[in-house]
Design a protein around this ligand. Structure first.
Ligand SMILES: *[C@@H]1O[C@H](CO)[C@@H](O)[C@H](O)[C@H]1NC(C)=O
Ligand SMILES: *[C@@H]1O[C@H](CO)[C@@H](O)[C@H](O)[C@H]1NC(C)=O
Length: 368
């Protein structure tokens, strides 16, 4: 069905001249260079960024999440073009994989990775149309479909192997952006050295409707979609990072605060108010994210526990400083070097009204 849709899209585009681009990725390790795009073009925000594809040490992935309005339930799905050398958190023996993290209302967590063992079955297809992308990881039952203007995405899962079936539908609430600015040509795309980032949906209204291992996972809340890519193994140059997104009253916010193994801290801030961008910047002073409460050692080490919360200072320029406290709520993934949680937000601009909200955030800690 998905294949027929893709074929139909290509056929329609061919006749209307507005060509979509189709990339096919076989499940084999390519040899030779795999080059990263680090400057934006006029379109293709969510398209593949490694060409001609990935090799053993590079990666390109598409990430989707949603959390219920009360922060209890969540779903995260990631579509990877990567070997476990490029990104050590994917299953071995495959260049293509997907994973899903499902957190139910009662806090129970299911993590299910799926690859195409062993470098044989299946291939991935990504069709880029306008700024949007649609992907089908054949043989896994996972696919996603994006609109050319990034207004809607739909992730579909039909995996008898994992006993998961359902959809995540996202309707955008805030404009797309890059690490240092809005969605326009000529923007730099590296959020830290050797890591690219394009944020197609900083905030979205989400409807999740899944059955996971016989249990319903159905909720409405806030959603998000972005992609990362890179031309060096992830763990060789990232020391730690805090990333997250949330909705706080009228604000849609996204934070990125990375400590490189070069000892330099890299920053990217984003805030939209009522769907209009008020901040999208990089560089020192744009944003600062620090762990708070229990286990708030900074920089975090591999042996540090998961922090109780975060504090974020996000510079809105003329509007002032947005100060936000994040309190960990539900654990969405906990893998020693990696932690993801839903968080409850409280904060606002100095002197202005204080708001509450919900978020999804993560921490990598890769340094002893
Ligand atoms: C993959 O491509 C990158 C970037 O061109 C290159 O530096 C690296 O050596 C390549 N890796 C392999 C294993 O060929
Ligand atoms: C954020 O946390 C700090 C430290 O606990 C506290 O002083 C401050 O009042 C909190 N801000 C809000 C808006 O709750």
């Amino acid at each position: 069905m998905q294949l027929r849709n893709l074929a139909l899209t290509s056929a329609l585009c061919a006749t209307t001249v507005l060509a979509s681009v189709t990339n096919v990725y076989p499940n084999v390790i390519q040899t030779g260079p795999s080059n990263a795009l680090y400057v934006s073009g006029a379109s293709g925000l969510d398209g593949p960024k490694m060409s001609p594809g990935i090799n053993a040490t590079t990666f390109d992935w598409w990430y989707f999440d949603a959390v219920s309005t009360n922060g209890n339930a969540a779903v995260v799905m990631v579509f990877y073009l990567s070997t476990d050398l490029g990104f050590s958190f994917v299953p071995p023996l495959s260049a293509l994989s997907v994973d899903i993290f499902a957190t139910f209302d009662d806090g129970s967590l299911v993590f299910l990775p799926l690859n195409n063992l062993p470098y044989t079955a299946g291939q991935a297809t990504v069709v880029t149309d306008g700024d949007g992308a649609s992907g089908n990881w054949q043989g896994t039952g996972f696919s996603f479909e994006g609109s050319p203007d990034l207004s809607t995405y739909k992730v579909t899962v039909d995996s008898p192997v994992l006993a998961i079936k359902g959809t995540l539908e996202l309707t955008s609430r805030a404009p797309a952006h890059y690490p240092c600015g809005p969605n326009e040509a000529g923007q730099r795309l590296d959020v830290s050295p050797n890591v690219g980032w394009a944020n197609a949906m900083p905030d979205a209204d989400a409807v999740a409707d899944f059955t996971v291992l016989g249990r319903p996972l159905k909720f409405t809340g806030i959603g998000y979609h972005d992609k990362n890519w890179g031309d060096k193994p992830f763990t060789t140059h990232v020391s730690s990072w805090y990333w997250g997104h949330g909705r706080l009253g009228p604000y849609s916010i996204v934070w990125f605060d990375v400590l490189g193994k070069d000892g330099t801290e890299y920053f990217s801030s984003y805030a939209a108010k009522d769907g209009v961008i008020v901040a999208t910047q990089c560089g020192p002073g744009s944003i600062k994210v620090r762990p708070t409460g229990k286990n708030s050692q900074y920089p975090p080490k591999i042996t540090s526990g998961n922090p109780e919360g975060l504090h974020i200072d996000l510079d809105l320029g003329a509007e002032g400083m947005l100060r936000v406290n994040v309190t960990a709520h539900s654990v969405l993934a906990d893998a020693f070097l990696y932690y993801r949680a839903s968080g409850l937000l409280v904060g606002g601009v100095d002197g202005g009204p204080q708001y509450t909200g919900v978020s999804v955030y993560e921490e990598f800690k890769l340094q002893f």
